[in-house]
Design a protein around this ligand. Structure first.
Ligand SMILES: CC(C)(COP(=O)(O)OP(=O)(O)OC[C@H]1O[C@@H](n2cnc3c(N)ncnc32)[C@H](O)[C@@H]1OP(=O)(O)O)[C@@H](O)C(=O)NCCC(=O)NCCS
Length: 245
């Protein structure tokens, strides 16, 4: 089997793709800002979206989503999260500005294809797209894939955890650092998700009988429920990592 990457601009919609819920917990599909822009990625940034497929079976193994950004190379110049990055990218495009970096929005491997070392292949493809566009960096607001096991631990602490061999504790952060990326900054409030109490109950399969902070399945931090205002709000934490190309 060979793993082949095809960009959306090259016609990746001819492949049978997987469903969003094969990748994301339901709550994660309801980002306030992300949902406003996501479908436009395919129209306006078609050359920056791709699938990985198995050339023998034509099975789609994973997807990568990226957007070009103007970044000055300093930690202070990094956008304050995923929501801000996606807004900045569309703004840059509308003003015909020059991008300097490629920003990873999502690496997606369906549950059935996980633990097959495909995450690094997705990152290599992202780096290759960045290089071919003449961009100097691949930057990623990483969603650490074991953070949900420690929802009460601040992201600032979590990203400092290392294994006895000195590598990062988190498997997905490890994939990045092994490719030479550096951890640049924690992002406590990267992606905002709000909904009514009933929305959150259906997304999580839990009930929230009173106002307060809740730990919920696969949440990277806690959910704040306000029954009086009928709103549940959550900020997904991420961590900026930088690949210099
Ligand atoms: C993040 C993601 C792309 C990583 O892909 P993956 O298939 O899980 O990872 P890989 O097989 O390439 O392995 C990467 C590391 O994770 C570890 N890993 C993968 N699955 C694991 C599991 N079930 N248990 C323990 N470790 C696991 C691997 O051992 C490897 O670490 P190592 O090299 O130190 O051994 C994938 O989990 C995913 O799509 N998650 C949901 C969407 C998401 O959050 N994307 C990231 C947004 S930034």
């Amino acid at each position: 089997m060979a793993v082949v990457a095809v960009r959306y601009s090259e016609g990746f919609d001819r492949y049978q793709r997987f469903g969003d819920t094969d990748i994301w917990p339901e709550y994660n599909l309801h980002g306030d800002v992300a949902n406003q822009f996501w479908s436009r990625l395919y129209e306006e940034f078609a050359e920056y979206q791709f699938v990985l497929y198995d050339d023998e079976t034509d099975e789609v193994l994973g997807e990568g989503h990226t957007i070009p950004l103007a970044w000055d190379g300093t930690p202070e110049g990094l956008p304050p999260g995923i929501d801000a990055s996606i807004q900045a990218s569309f703004k840059l495009r509308a003003s015909n500005g020059n991008a300097t970096a490629l920003c990873a929005m999502a690496a997606e491997i369906p549950v059935r294809n996980r633990n097959r070392r495909l995450a690094a292949v997705i990152l290599e493809q992202m780096a290759s797209i960045a290089r071919s566009a003449g961009l100097a960096w691949l930057i990623a607001p990483v969603r650490p894939n074991w953070k949900h096991r420690y929802p009460l631990t601040p992201i600032e602490r979590y990203i400092t955890w290392v294994r006895p061999d000195g590598e990062p504790f988190d498997p997905w952060i490890r994939v990045h650092t092994r490719m030479g990326a550096t951890i640049a900054a924690p992002i406590a409030q990267s992606m905002r998700i709000t909904g009514s109490v009933a929305d959150w109950e259906s997304w999580t399969g839990m009930e929230f009988p009173e106002s307060g902070e809740y730990v919920f399945p696969e949440g990277l931090s806690t959910l704040s429920i306000d029954r009086h205002g009928n709103v549940g709000s959550y900020w997904e934490p991420n961590v900026w990592v930088v690949h210099t190309l």
